[in-house]
Design a protein around this ligand. Structure first.
Ligand SMILES: O=C(O)CCC(=O)C(=O)O
Ligand SMILES: [Fe+2]
Length: 534
């Protein structure tokens, strides 16, 4: 189980640490009383010997003294020896070892996971190492300081995981935070060596050369550095000049209008708020009470907020109740498992999706059936053709990269889709069961919409075109959590027997690919621009 993907387990191991502190205290106490006893004995023996010295040779004339010396050298010293030999604090040590071996205790991979999560936050929200190191996360001050060694650890992992920009800045921060003293002397060459590697990866050859000189100055005897430096000079082969400087930025530039970017980049820029809908795109959006889909709603209309018209994306406010959330939390306790993603032919644990989740059938509790009746009222869909209820919890750094909820044909063909007879996922209802302190929004890069989790609200969108073809514009992802914990519930509605339920659309949305849709949009925009000129 991964430590970093769940706040709820962190709370548990945090409690274990409290116990570990108790055992450590007990260990110290036990050893302390042993040491106190030995110290007292030492002093007694010294006093007795001092007295003996004062007597001089006459000391041994007294049978009493002879006895006392013998007693000391046999029984008393034996006691001391025994005591010195026994391992005090054995019991607390054994208990400590037991807690440390608990299956929930984080392992080295979890430590790496925590750093990985931190680097993800840094990448997505474009944070600076120097801010993170002083506990400043996206404008909020957590007043936690990282020391030089922490920064070096992070730099190491950043470089290993192919983030040379971040490795560069974390190394600089590690240098910045070097204290005076022996430990720092040991760290400095390690940091410089890492900085050299980062600069090499970034093509900053002049900077690299300078850092090498510095490194060779403090560790002139290191054959390894000298060898590396030689092979570096050799590799340059005259092709690249040592004067080649490169200004190193901590993050890649924000793309300009019209630049082609990767899907992941689009997801990140939506999470960080760099992609937003334009006022023009928002102009036609409405919000208000909705009472059309079901007569029940005439009595209790839904508060709906349109976030996109095409494709449709609606946020419903206050559609789940605290009592229901309480029941859900009880139902899901101890059932959460690390999330997987579906790769070509199997389900795998992946860093693309760091959360924990579980599925519950609607029959598990009447609360789930109640929720489904509400979803049916909201969406007008027949909830008989829906998957089991999915509940997910994201911890700090937890996220789910950009994806589409609908399945590609190859997934059906490979038998990876549960209940394939119910068809594809025609629509999604995503309930927010918690607020999130910082980060953790749901990003729709193509719509440039960022939904901030709002407890009791639910997002609703159609995944498929009215034709049944998957709509790539519905691509979305869960942004990493900076602080807090996020709970969501997914209702994935399948297309079977819904053909009469989906509202009839007046616009042609049956285009299959994003390229085709963008092409059409371009044409429409050109037409609108032309009509404005005329
Ligand atoms: O948690 C979120 O914000 C989105 C979750 C999601 O997209 C999914 O589980 O498919
Ligand atoms: Fe999704």
């Amino acid at each position: 189980r991964e430590f970093f993907s769940s706040v709820h387990e962190m709370t548990k191991v945090f409690g274990y640490e409290q116990r570990m502190l108790g055992y450590m205290q007990k260990f110290l106490d036990d050893n302390q009383s042993k040491l106190d006893f030995l110290k007292a004995r030492l002093r007694e023996f010294e006093v007795e010997r001092e007295e003996a010295r004062e007597w001089g040779a006459a000391y041994f004339d007294s049978p009493l003294n002879k006895y006392l010396l013998n007693k000391r050298l046999t029984v008393d010293w034996q006691l001391v020896e025994n005591l010195m030999e026994t391992h005090s604090g054995k019991k607390p040590l054994a208990r400590l070892q037991k807690v440390m071996g608990h299956k929930l205790m984080p392992k080295k991979t979890e430590l790496e996971g925590a750093i990985d999560g931190l680097l993800r936050l840094q990448t997505v929200y474009r944070l600076e190492a120097k801010d993170i190191a002083r506990g400043m996360l996206d404008g909020t001050d957590y007043s936690t300081q990282l020391n030089s060694e922490h920064c070096l650890d992070i730099a190491r992992l950043a470089l290993r995981d192919k983030h040379p920009r971040l490795a560069h800045f974390w190394s600089l921060e590690a240098l910045q935070r070097l204290a005076s003293g022996k430990q720092s002397e040991e760290l400095k060459p390690q940091i410089l060596a890492l900085l050299v590697e980062a600069k090499a990866a970034l093509g900053d050859y002049r900077g690299l050369n300078e850092t090498y000189q510095e490194l060779l100055k403090i560790q002139p005897a290191s054959e390894e550095h000298a060898r590396n430096y030689d092979s570096f000079l050799e590799a340059l082969g005259g092709e690249i000049s040592l004067n080649e400087t490169k200004a190193v930025e901590e993050h890649p530039p924000i793309p300009k209008e019209g630049d082609t970017i990767s899907d992941f980049h689009g997801y990140m820029l939506t999470c960080s708020g760099h992609f937003r809908p334009t006022p023009r795109e928002q102009r036609d959006l409405r919000c208000g009470y909705m009472d059309e889909t079901h007569p029940f709603l005439w009595i209790a209309p839904l508060k709906a907020e349109e976030l996109s018209r095409d494709p449709l994306l609606i946020l419903y406010h206050d559609v789940i109740y605290q009592s229901e959330i309480d029941t859900i939390r009880k139902l899901t306790t101890n059932k959460l498992k690390r999330a997987t993603i579906t790769s070509t032919n199997e389900s795998v644990v992946s860093n693309v999706r760091t959360s924990q989740f579980t599925f519950l059938p609607v029959t598990e509790d009447k609360v789930l059936a109640t929720i489904d009746r509400r979803v049916a009222d909201m969406t007008n869909f027949n909830m008989r053709y829906a998957e089991d209820h999915q509940f997910a919890n994201y911890g700090i750094g937890g996220h789910y990269g950009q994806h589409m909820d609908w399945f590609y044909q190859p997934s059906f063909d490979a038998g990876l889709v549960s209940s394939p007879e119910m068809g594809n996922r025609i629509a999604t209802v995503l309930f927010y069961l918690s607020d999130v302190t910082q980060g953790g929004g749901t990003a729709f890069p193509h719509l440039r919409v960022l939904l901030k989790p709002k407890k009791y609200a639910a997002a609703f969108w159609y995944n498929l075109h009215a034709s049944g073809v998957g709509d790539p514009r519905t691509q979305h992802g869960a942004c990493p959590i900076i602080s807090g914990s996020k709970w969501v519930q997914n209702r994935w509605i399948r297309e079977f027997i819904q053909s009469d339920r989906r509202p009839c659309l007046t616009w042609d949305d049956s285009l299959a690919t994003l390229a085709e849709i963008r092409e059409l949009e371009k044409k429409l925009n050109a037409k609108e621009a032309a009509s404005q000129i005329a």
